[in-house]
Design a protein around this ligand. Structure first.
Ligand code: 5GP
Length: 113
């Protein structure tokens, strides 16, 4: 896959408000927040989206899923939150590097727009 802005954030070539990092994943605040808390969680390895995941990605994505609750707790999302990943054009994906939005500190609506 071609490189995205998120690779530049991982390499610290552009600034981001990073809230969590380890060897496998990075979490940082969205530049255009759609809720009072809006954090993006990404694998450091460049995976395009859920639709291109392979069995080789299982460990990193399992790790990412386990870490979401910690990142949400550190953001004090005590009343719940939403985790969203957009896939492709119809899914509303604008950055082609897999990312999970953590949205919280407001009441979420359903169905989403
Ligand atoms: P998508 O629309 O692909 O699901 O989500 C991409 C998200 O990345 C959007 O919510 C957008 O605001 C965010 N985003 C795009 N460019 C940047 C950036 O340079 N820095 C940060 N922190 N977020 C970005």
């Amino acid at each position: 896959m071609s490189e995205t802005i998120f690779s530049k954030i991982i390499r610290r070539e552009i600034p981001a408000d990073i809230v969590y990092e380890d060897d496998l994943i990075l979490a940082f605040r969205d530049i255009q927040p759609q809720a009072p808390i809006h954090i993006l969680v990404i694998p450091k390895q460049p995976i395009e989206s859920i639709s291109t995941v392979t069995p080789a990605d299982q460990a990193v994505l399992g790790h990412l899923m386990v870490k979401i609750q910690q990142i949400a707790a550190e953001a004090e999302l005590v009343n719940g939150y939403r985790v969203v990943t957009n896939i492709g054009a119809d899914g509303g994906q604008t950055v082609s590097h897999l990312h999970f939005h953590i949205l919280g500190q407001r009441q979420m609506a359903w169905p989403p727009g």
